[in-house]
Design a protein around this ligand. Structure first.
Ligand SMILES: Cc1cc2nc3c(=O)[nH]c(=O)nc-3n(C[C@H](O)[C@H](O)[C@H](O)COP(=O)(O)OP(=O)(O)OC[C@H]3O[C@@H](n4cnc5c(N)ncnc54)[C@H](O)[C@@H]3O)c2cc1C
Length: 381
């Protein structure tokens, strides 16, 4: 198992580690940075192939942008709203946990004009799928075997990647936990970054280990998104038959609001009336540095104009996703440098959807598995 230490490694390898290094049957040791759906697709594929996988995630939970915010009124899928399943490999991966993901009635989606009037019922050919009871449930299920084996470090931000000070054929990671305590985790044959492209750029730049990969990331662009979460427990009072619009989800041409969804209409969610509202890309970009309370007020106004719901919400909260949506993708499934044993994956490789993230993570894992081990430090491409 890769070592973890609070101080830099001593120069001499321990006999135990040296013995492991010479054992031909030693499993491949892979570090994965990021426990979003790309990182977890990658991690589970490598673990199933017999690799010793360790996952590092800076936040408290799994799923990344496919997440769920818990509140006293119920959860909000404040990142991805649903996903499609077009790729047969994704379909197979989902079949392993039957009942975890359910269809969300596609006929509820409406397209609204800037004043909130229905202009068309969107024609959907794909089933919209949601994990139950929240979007993060899929990531949590995929992470569970690794977490039970003690192979996931949550609340652990990777701050630098460097050659292992004991064995320069391998890699070590410098990390910082939420209390800012630093650690070094060493002994990895391969390091895979499953984080948004701008964050991968920062990490590779700070580490100065792979100029070729850094250059390949340059064309990728990602945009922010402000999300509003509002709850109206008063709407569930007995005798109140209808609250707000007839539809449950809509794409919108309003200048502030691009998407609205009634969380309580999704399968397996609590009954309290609550809505997730996503601001348009232009508005989010323009207001990216705004104070969250100001954003709540502005998006609430847009929400009222569109839905006609003018009641005071019992809960109103805004969340800013700095790297929400890919504007310019890489246009290849992943990045992999076999000489270095470093790779990158994420939705931004192919697009801006959950399914893109899955395919990217899966194909990077397969590329990493094909690579021979023991390459000496190289210059990268
Ligand atoms: C508001 C919004 C709405 C969306 N709606 C949809 C939708 O309806 N349908 C759809 O298919 N997709 C949607 N998406 C996109 C979808 O969420 C993403 O495509 C997908 O979740 C990306 O997965 P990922 O694993 O590539 O990245 P992420 O989910 O971003 O995972 C990256 C992980 O890496 C962690 N991390 C970053 N840096 C470090 C570090 N240095 N050390 C340790 N950990 C680190 C992050 O905390 C995060 O957990 C939406 C996204 C947003 C934000």
């Amino acid at each position: 198992m890769p070592t973890s230490k609070n101080t830099p490694a001593s120069p001499a390898p321990s006999p135990r580690r040296a013995a492991r290094e010479t054992a031909s049957a030693a499993p491949r040791r892979v570090a994965i940075i990021g426990a979003g759906i790309a990182g977890l697709a990658c991690a589970r594929t490598l673990a199933q192939a017999g690799c010793e996988v360790t996952v590092f995630e800076k936040s408290r939970g799994y799923g990344g942008r496919m997440s769920c915010r818990s509140t006293p009124f119920g959860g909000f899928d404040h990142g991805a709203q649903y996903f499609t399943v077009r790729d047969t490999r994704f379909a197979q991966a989902l079949q392993i946990q039957p009942g975890l993901c359910k269809p969300w009635a596609a006929n509820t989606v409406r397209v609204l004009d800037p004043l909130g009037r229905v202009v068309e019922a969107a024609q959907r050919t794909d089933t919209q799928v949601v994990p139950v009871p929240g979007m993060n449930a899929l990531g949590a299920a995929w992470a569970q075997p690794l977490a039970e084996a003690g192979r996931v470090h949550l609340q652990t931000r990777v701050t630098a990647i460097a050659r292992d000070t004991v064995d320069p054929r391998r890699w070590q990671l410098a990390t910082e936990s939420d209390d800012l305590s630093p650690q070094v985790h060493a002994g990895f044959d391969q390091v895979l970054l499953a984080i948004p492209a701008p964050q991968a750029t920062d990490l590779l730049r700070a580490s100065a280990v792979a100029p070729g990969l850094l250059a390949a990331l340059a064309p990728v662009r990602m945009a922010p998104c402000w999300t509003l979460m509002v709850a109206f427990p008063q709407a569930t009072q007995p005798g109140l038959t209808q609250f707000g619009p007839q539809w449950d989800a809509a794409l919108s041409a309003h200048h502030r609001v691009a998407w609205l969804a009634r969380e309580s209409s999704k399968p397996g969610r609590g009954p309290i009336e609550r809505w997730t509202v996503q601001a348009s890309m232009d508005w989010s970009q323009e207001h990216v540095q705004d104070d969250p309370q100001r954003v709540v007020a502005k998006l609430l106004k847009g929400f009222a104009e569109i839905t006609g719901i003018r009641a005071e919400p019992a809960h109103a909260q805004a969340h800013r996703w700095l790297y929400a949506k890919t504007v310019q993708p890489l246009e290849q499934e992943h990045l992999w440098d076999a000489q270095l044993g470093l790779g990158l994956c994420g939705d931004w490789c192919l697009g801006h959807r959950v399914e893109n993230a899955f395919v990217s993570g899966l194909t990077l894992a397969l590329a990493a598995l094909r690579a021979p081990l023991g390459a000496r430090p190289g210059r990268g491409h």
